[in-house]
Design a protein around this ligand. Sequence first.
Ligand SMILES: Cc1ncc(COP(=O)(O)O)c(C=O)c1O
Length: 436
Amino acid sequence: MSIQGPETAAWFDRAYAAMVNGVSSGWRYWGRNETLVLSRGEGGYVYDSDGKRYIDYHCGFGPIILGHGDPTVASAVAEAAAAGTTFAFTQEREVVAAETIKQAVPWVERLRFTNTGTEATMHAVRLARGVTGRDVVLKFEGTYHGAHDYVMYSTPGKPTEAFGSPYRPLPIPMSSGMPDVVTSLIRTLPYNDLEGAQRLFADYGRRIAAVVVEPMLGNAMGIEPVDGFLQGLRDLCDANDAILIFDEVKTGFRIAVGGAAEAYGVVPDLAAFAKALGNGVPVAAIAGRGPVLDGWAKGGIVQAGTYSGNGIAVAAAQATVTKLMTGEPMARLDRVGHALMEGTAKILAEHGVAATVQGRPAMFGFYFGAGTPHDYRGVAAHDEELYEKLVMGMIRRGVMPSPDALEPWFLCAAHSDEDVATTLQVFEEALVEALG
Ligand SMILES: Cc1ncc(COP(=O)(O)O)c(C=O)c1O
């Protein structure tokens, strides 16, 4: 049974005729009769073209932290749009937003704005290579750092059988069109494998420019770092003059106002922020500390972008971060997220489903299977069929997480206690139906 109502189906027909597969980003295509078209979002809800309301746990794959159409962000953006947005000069709003981010994330000394997570990680990697004069980058299986070629290897969604031995993993490109030569500059390891990283540094230490890591696996079920993993990477980078890059595109301004560095107590050299920074408006930042940023200051390492720091983007960042810094949105996310994590775990246990609910209240994932995975290889045994049936049943009932279990549930501060109650009721009904 299609999840498209008649108006949604008609809109998707038009979308399909005008846009490739009817979407602007490949992962949004769920199938010819299964892809929704939305008309608007408000708070914690989105509405499809038939006017059907969904409690939204996609939150745009992470950006929506305050709620769809948050009035403070909306009016800041409207004001900035009317004042002219793009000047090819530094603008006052940009300076204020940069200062506010420094306050919110105290380890950050300086930053540059850009527009997307992809641009932010791409520039961070180039900067690290530029300042170290080295080419090799270590990344971890099951992390996704954006759509550029530099680090799009062994990403979530790829079958782990192709990844080779965990002792000497094979970096697997995510896409056709990625040049072979780039593969020779990448090393991959299972997430949380500190011993593997120590071995790799022992072999290649002086060739490694950077370690790039999602501090929490925001693209693989919200798996968290085990004790000592992030600090171990910090120590290895320090000992080998390599750059530690946290990809905070999903964790930043979400799992804590100060992101993963605050949540896990480990500070990187560079971090890429995007998503929740702008509550849905495209804005990103490459932020850092110490001499690495002088790589840009001294010239010769290119970072550029016509729209970087544009008025709309920085107004959204300023409004979002200022609101987050009051502490109220995070307190709410924490309460609602805990209730959902605990409530769903209890329902799963009551129905005899072996499962782990893991992550942080603002962003957590489900693994259906025995044990608890600590890396992406460990999720291979996940009962994908049951999870997908459950979620499709929820979507039909008006509650919308991603049917792909790798993608965590994202909460926003507009989700209410009533939404939690509805979600838990729907979760149980859909689970009973899925279990047949
Ligand atoms: C951890 C992480 N880094 C980078 C990106 C790329 O961000 P964008 O889609 O804004 O280019 C994503 C996107 O989902 C992400 O999850």
